[in-house]
Write a protein that binds this ligand. Structure first.
Ligand code: CUA
Length: 347
């Protein structure tokens, strides 16, 4: 007796610890995170949410049954003092048991497959109402380009869309392309992941029913700075969205006070990669900077868009994002200050 009790107490403690550890990932997924798939606010995310709960229910039930049988077997049939060393009765074959553990899993797999197919159709076959917004999202190492063909707007990393209510549905359809390698568009509260693949066009859509900021992340390893390829989706009321569109359509504000900085911008290689509408800068390789200061973050969400961060970024992009494809222009402090002063006028 004395030799056995401590062991079973230890097992009980281990079991409790194991159960607690199982709850940690559940909390991480379902907890108050801004990117939780368990808090959907858009139809495709709703479908995936319902589907996840269904699959979690089935797999949870399987887990409970197997785990209970395991615990019962361990506790009831454990070795006890006074047991003789003889083997228990050996049983070979049982038609009923074998039929049951073949048929039940087949039924479960069929149900799960049909539900999967229904969810895929729900997400993919979506009619386009006339009020739908079309945006082209282009994945690049390591940032996102967003083009609004109907408005002639080009911006980066921060996608702005109108809210879509049931009475006036105004979903946003995204045409997904890649300029280099495979990326994946994932804003968990709005829709599931869809890959952006070179030489191919994929599509996804969202119809957020709440205004606010929804965060996401590139979900396909795309090189050194994959982790700092963040997504921000701003959902506005219709009026706020129209105001944003009007502001974005304007050319860059003339800024006579930042003339020196503009000359630095135009005389270094900046303009080969960046566009500032209304100036000679019309490069297409880097983010469009026409309304740079309307964005809350720079470097694809890596840091807030403050004058200090902007200066540090332009001084040496690789210090902030090692591997970033934007080179450090080796500007002296005076030129750097002038250039940043100019960028700060791009409202
Ligand atoms: Cu783009 Cu990972």
């Amino acid at each position: 007796m004395s030799a056995i009790l401590p062991v079973s107490r230890l097992s009980a403690r281990r079991l409790a610890l194991g159960a607690a550890l199982l709850l940690v990932p559940l909390f991480l997924i379902a907890g108050p995170s801004g990117t939780s798939v368990f808090r959907p606010v858009s139809s495709p995310a709703d479908s995936i949410h319902r589907y996840s709960l269904f699959i979690l229910g089935i797999t949870g039930a399987i887990f409970a049954v197997v785990f209970t049988m395991l615990v019962v077997a361990i506790v009831r049939f454990r070795r006890r003092p006074g047991d003789d060393a003889a083997e228990p009765p050996q049983i070979y074959g049982s038609e009923q048991v074998e039929v049951a553990w073949t048929v039940v899993p087949i039924l479960i797999v069929i149900v799960m497959s049909l539900t999967t197919a229904r969810t895929v159709f729900e997400v993919q076959n979506r009619a386009r109402p006339p009020a739908a917004l079309e945006v082209t999202a282009i994945g690049r190492q390591w940032w996102w380009e967003f083009r609004y063909p109907a408005y002639g707007i080009v911006t980066a990393n921060e996608l702005h869309v109108p809210v879509s209510d049931a009475a006036h549905p105004s979903p946003t359809f995204l045409r997904l392309e890649s300029a280099d390698v495979a990326h994946s568009f994932w804003v968990p509260r709005l829709a599931g992941k869809t890959d952006l693949i070179p030489n191919r066009v994929n599509e996804t859509w969202i119809d957020p029913r709440e205004t606010g900021l929804f965060e996401g992340q590139c979900a396909e390893y795309c090189g050194t700075q994959h982790a700092k390829m963040l997504l921000r989706v701003y959902v506005h009321s219709r009026e706020d969205f129209d105001r944003w569109v009007a502001a974005q359509r304007a050319s860059a504000a003339a800024a006579p006070e930042a003339e020196e900085g503009r000359r630095v911008f135009e005389s270094t290689a900046c303009l080969n990669c960046h566009t500032v509408r209304g100036t000679v800068g019309n490069g297409l390789y880097g983010p469009d900077l026409t309304h740079l200061m309307s964005r809350e973050t720079i470097a694809a969400g890596a840091v807030p868009n403050t004058p200090a961060e902007l200066r540090a970024w332009v001084r040496d992009p690789n210090a902030l994002k090692p591997g970033a494809l934007m080179p450090a222009m080796q500007l002296d402090d005076r030129k750097l200050d002038a250039l940043v002063a100019y960028l700060l006028t791009l409202k």
